[in-house]
Design a protein around this ligand. Structure first.
Ligand code: HEC
Ligand code: HEC
Length: 502
């Protein structure tokens, strides 16, 4: 908490995603595309295939524009954004990997210089020199992936590093190799899919058939690396991470299943349009395949980012930049004394540091729908139990007085009418809403931390008893603070659920 807090209205996650998605697509394409160009050039020179060389030269122009301009701009943009959004995590990554970054930037510099020379050198350099530049480009680009792969995988699976603090333990962490193979496959696949879009613009001809088949070979080869590497990668993630994710965040885990469908769709389309009827490849089909490829890759990246929650660096720093190692200090002294920059409004400062990196009051991941119509005491209870709410949130590690201040800060920004009035509900429907808001974040019927066994088929009296002592059932569970109407409605709802599930 040594840095000031950047207060903007946009959701942090959205801001990061919008720039990171473009960057990862372009940066992987930059590597695969480089390999594609030199390999194709080498073969075309050997066969003295001038048509192919023309095509490659044309592609180079586009390639260099996309990678150098977009890749470099978004790469710098990511540093800019993470530095603003999470300076503490950025600092940690720089601090622990300072030489890795220096090496990465050196490779990046070589990569950019080689890309420009390669573009400039077409028909100006001897083909041998030109190809050498191409190989230097690809080598440097892949090495920059090698280095950054160590740091990106570290964030999810720091492995032994958490105990030893040794650079190499963090760098060659449990998912390093599987992720490197996977990403290399993605590079090859994206190069083939992207080249297909360029090739699709040619009118039907033998030449078109030839390059479409060639491109399909690349994309399929990439896919053949990607699928087994992905299975390998998943198997290398420690099972406590995936088990928690399976329970707390079903969506990212389900996306793994969906990603296999994307992969199958790309494979089938490639065989049909790439090999059986290659001359018919048009911009639409090529773009659809490209989109499937990007969707596959996007769902992988999203999965990786999601299962890391509640951490930004697994086991080391939470998503809201609170450090695991400082837990004791926070629990004793609270968050406020640790903040280097305070505004004078403690509630607001606590909200920024504890919640604001993932929630807004009324915008991105808003708190209003969850808290409208509830009380300070209930809000305080959920802050105490933040880590047991579905969604895998960091614990609130501050002191009790801070929980109260934060709850008060949130409460005055919520709708203070009753839940019944806000949603115009009564009876069983009101009861269901009350359950969703006051219980359902932590206990889903038939799902997350299901309590049906204790909640279904009781007598009125038992329900009243249960709600009376709700606050005593667990430290992380808030008391029942709804009014009589809500209480009656909730009981009516619970009574209406048939035994053995609904
Ligand atoms: C690292 C990110 C992160 C932080 C920090 C965080 N949350 Fe969350 N929170 C989430 C995610 C993700 C969900 C699940 C959202 C969903 O399922 O739509 C969630 C869900 C919730 C919910 C349930 C909302 C619902 O509609 O299901 C509440 C209430 C909540 N958070 C309150 C808080 C409060 C209060 C704080 C600060 C003390 C906080 N959160 C800090 C990520 C975070
Ligand atoms: C902030 C999260 C949270 C909320 C909100 C919450 N609970 Fe709980 N509840 C817990 C935790 C944590 C436990 C104890 C550990 C466990 O069993 O998961 C628990 C335990 C229980 C138990 C005890 C189960 C048993 O068999 O001993 C019941 C019943 C229960 N909750 C019902 C409810 C009801 C009804 C509501 C809404 C009025 C509710 N809870 C709201 C977190 C919550």
């Amino acid at each position: 908490m040594n840095y000031p807090f950047w207060d903007i209205e946009i959701g942090y996650g959205l801001l990061m995603a919008s720039i990171a998605i473009i960057h990862v697509f372009v940066s992987h394409f930059a590597i695969g595309g480089g390999l594609y160009l030199v390999v194709a050039e080498w073969m075309a020179v050997k066969k003295n295939d001038s048509q192919m060389l023309d095509y490659l030269q044309r592609m180079t122009k586009f390639f260099v524009l996309v990678t150098v301009v977009f890749g470099a701009l978004t790469g710098v943009g990511i540093w800019f954004i993470i530095g603003l959004l999470n300076p503490a995590a950025t600092e940690a990554l720089i601090h622990h990997f300072v030489w890795a970054w220096a090496i990465e930037w050196t490779y990046f510099g070589i990569e950019i210089a080689a890309a420009i020379l390669y573009f400039y050198g077409w028909k100006r350099m001897s083909s041998r020199d030109h190809q050498t530049i191409g190989w230097i480009y690809f080598g440097a680009a892949w090495m920059s992936l090698f280095v950054i792969n160590g740091i990106v995988t570290f964030m999810l699976t720091p492995g032994e590093w958490l105990l030893t603090g040794v650079f190499w333990d963090g760098f060659f962490n449990p998912t390093f190799w599987s992720s490197l193979v996977l990403r290399t496959g993605v590079c090859v696949m994206l190069a083939g899919l992207f080249a297909q879009v360029v090739a699709s613009r040619y009118g039907p001809s033998d030449f078109k058939g030839r390059i479409v088949r060639y491109n399909s070979g690349w994309a399929l080869a990439g896919l053949a690396i990607v699928v087994p590497a992905f299975i390998w990668y998943i198997s290398q993630i420690p099972s406590d991470i995936t088990d928690t994710a399976r329970e707390m965040m079903r969506l990212p885990m389900n996306s793994i299943g969906v990603s296999y469908w994307y992969a199958a769709a790309i494979g089938i389309l490639l065989v049909i349009f790439g090999f059986l009827i290659p001359r018919r490849m048009n911009l639409l089909f090529a773009s659809v395949m490209m989109l499937f490829g990007l969707a596959w890759f996007g769902s992988y990246e999203w999965f990786r980012e999601s299962v890391r929650k509640p951490y930004v660096i697994q086991g080391y720093m939470y998503g809201n930049a609170t450090e695991v190692a400082n837990e004791e200090k926070y629990r004793e002294e609270g968050y406020l004394p640790q903040m280097g920059y305070r505004t004078g409004d403690d509630g607001a400062d606590l909200f920024r540091r504890a919640c604001r990196s993932c929630h807004t009051i009324d915008g991105y991941h808003p708190l209003k729908p969850a808290y409208n119509g509830t009380e300070t005491e209930f809000i305080a209870g959920t802050i105490r139990g933040a880590h047991v709410i579905k969604g895998n949130m960091p614990p609130f590690m501050g002191i009790e007085a801070e929980i109260q201040k934060l709850a008060e800060y949130i409460y005055v920004r919520m709708d203070s009418r009753s839940i019944a009035e806000i949603h115009s509900l009564y009876g069983k429907e009101l009861g269901q809403k009350v359950y969703d808001l006051r219980c359902g974040k932590c206990h889903e019927f038939g799902g997350f931390n299901d309590k049906a066994e204790s909640l279904v088929g009781l007598e009125d009296e038992d329900y009243h008893d249960l709600l009376d002592m709700a606050g005593d059932l667990a430290e992380e569970m808030p008391p029942f603070t709804g009014d009589t109407a809500e209480r009656e409605a909730l009981i009516e709802y619970l009574r209406s659920i048939p035994e053995g599930g609904n």
